[in-house]
Design a protein around this ligand. Structure first.
Ligand SMILES: Cc1cc2nc3c(=O)[nH]c(=O)nc-3n(C[C@H](O)[C@H](O)[C@H](O)COP(=O)(O)OP(=O)(O)OC[C@H]3O[C@@H](n4cnc5c(N)ncnc54)[C@H](O)[C@@H]3O)c2cc1C
Length: 420
């Protein structure tokens, strides 16, 4: 079957890889000159099922009020904008902030994330792909005792769902990661997830695209997708600035831009962009830079050691599809990081970047069929697109190939939002 994948971010490329492995003739289209150059470019680098607790949870409305109006807030809603997509998304988000919905959404995210981590490990064994990966776990540190207590409860829920999470004292956290010694006295405690990993998502996406090309996948870069062309209840072709591309099946993996395209055929995907920032720092004193991936709960920042670089990333701003870099927010990431790991690297000259996470109101990706027989979705991976990419690509290939997937897909499809 000829399958056309729209988007060459980490989700599009993993989809293409598993589709090609299933014997399909695959073409990938992207407006960029290469793979993984938009949101998958300089993210936090964490393969983190441990972050499966959704943004929409009972404590978020209270935190959002606390942060209201603060330009340096870790989560910034620009409600003052008249943006119907944001308001509609926000209502759905609030509806997911109950304890019961949070539990359902953790289960769904964790199901994909754990499967995905296992798929990544198999893919590594199968291909030998290298992307500055580390398999030393993720250490989540807390300064506020109440937040730590809440996190211990959430950790217990995740342990019950199959993810090993270990509660550690502040002293144990510093022993596990000596680079935290500068702030050891400030910590209330930590939670360690030994099975989680980290690595450079862009390197991975680029290298996997190369491997996929060797398997026969055709990449059409520098090609902007303009529209979807229907023939009855099927998609016949995709219109691009370089002409029409026909196929037997089509996969939308365009991250935050997916809803812009699907709206043309009446599919209003509840995917909204959440802008985040990263700072990539050259490590100057390896002893002071962490080897393990770290999450700083108070500042909502994540850290990954990528070879001789330290990637620091986080913050979220819901303000539309504008990719302009707010230098204050970007520099704040580097400055906060320099206080956690003083002397570790050249924070002054950090490479600053921003990207738009494709976020759903329930923090769960949208994977599966649509009401159009040959149009499939693999989008809305939000804060965990790198973590969930291999598993999502693999189950997507199963769905397209009419094969039973390895995991239960209940609650992952577009149908969970009703008729949209
Ligand atoms: C600051 C930050 C930190 C993050 N940290 C982590 C982390 O530590 N761990 C984790 O798991 N996830 C993390 N994420 C989330 C993760 O990066 C995303 O979920 C993931 O990259 C989404 O991948 P994607 O392939 O769906 O989208 P993208 O990478 O955005 O790919 C979509 C592709 O579609 C193409 N496209 C769009 N429109 C068109 C068009 N009209 N024509 C042609 N091509 C088009 C784009 O060029 C792009 O290549 C982070 C994100 C941010 C912003």
């Amino acid at each position: 079957m000829k399958v056309v994948v729209l988007g060459a971010g980490v989700v599009g490329v993993t989809s293409a890889w598993y589709l090609a492995r299933s014997g399909h003739d695959v073409t990938v289209i992207d407006r960029q000159p290469g793979a993984g150059l938009e949101t998958s470019f300089a993210n936090g680098g964490q393969i983190s099922p441990c972050h499966a607790e959704p943004w929409a949870n009972p404590s978020t409305p209270k935190m959002a009020m606390k942060w209201f109006g603060r330009e340096d807030a870790p989560l910034l809603f620009r409600w003052q904008r008249w943006d119907p997509a944001l308001w509609a998304w926000g209502v759905r988000f609030l509806m997911n902030c109950t304890a019961q919905r949070t539990k359902v959404n953790i289960d769904r995210c964790l199901r994909v994330a754990l499967y995905s981590r296992a798929c990544l490990q198999s893919l590594r064994t199968e291909t030998g792909i290298d992307y500055d990966q580390k398999t030393l776990g993720i250490l989540h540190v807390y300064r506020d005792p109440a937040s730590f207590e809440h996190a211990c409860d959430a950790a217990q829920v995740m342990t019950g769902l199959g993810l090993t999470r270990e509660v550690r004292t502040a002293a144990e956290a510093v022993t596990l990661e000596p680079a935290l010694s500068a702030v050891g006295d400030e910590l209330a405690g930590a939670i360690f997830t030994p099975g989680d990993e980290s690595g450079d998502a862009h390197l991975f996406t680029r290298h996997l695209a190369d491997l996929a090309a060797r398997k026969g996948v055709a990449f059409r870069f520098d090609t902007t997708i303009l529209g979807l062309e229907l023939d009855g209840d099927r998609l016949a072709s995709v219109a691009t600035d370089k002409g029409r591309v026909r196929g037997d099946a089509f996969v939308i993996a365009m991250g935050s831009w997916s809803p812009k395209l699907t709206r043309q055929v009446g599919l209003n995907l509840p995917v909204y962009p959440a802008k985040g920032y990263s700072a990539t720092v050259a490590v100057t004193d390896p002893a002071k830079a962490p080897m393990r991936a770290i999450t700083d709960d108070e500042h909502k920042l994540v850290y990954s050691r990528l070879g001789d670089r330290l990637r620091c990333a986080g913050t979220a701003e819901l303000a539309g599809w504008d990719r302009t870099m707010d230098m204050r927010r970007a520099r704040a990431v580097a400055e906060t990081s320099s206080r956690l790991f003083p002397g570790a690297g050249d924070f002054e000259n950090a490479e600053l970047w921003c990207g738009l996470r494709p976020v759903t109101p329930d923090s769960t990706p949208i994977i599966g069929r649509t009401r159009f027989a040959n149009l499939f979705l693999n989008t809305g991976h939000g804060t965990l697109g790198w973590t969930m990419s291999c598993g999502s690509g693999r189950v997507l290939a199963d769905i397209v190939s009419n094969r039973p997937p390895d995991i239960d897909l209940t609650g992952l499809g577009i149908d969970r939002f009703g008729r949209i």
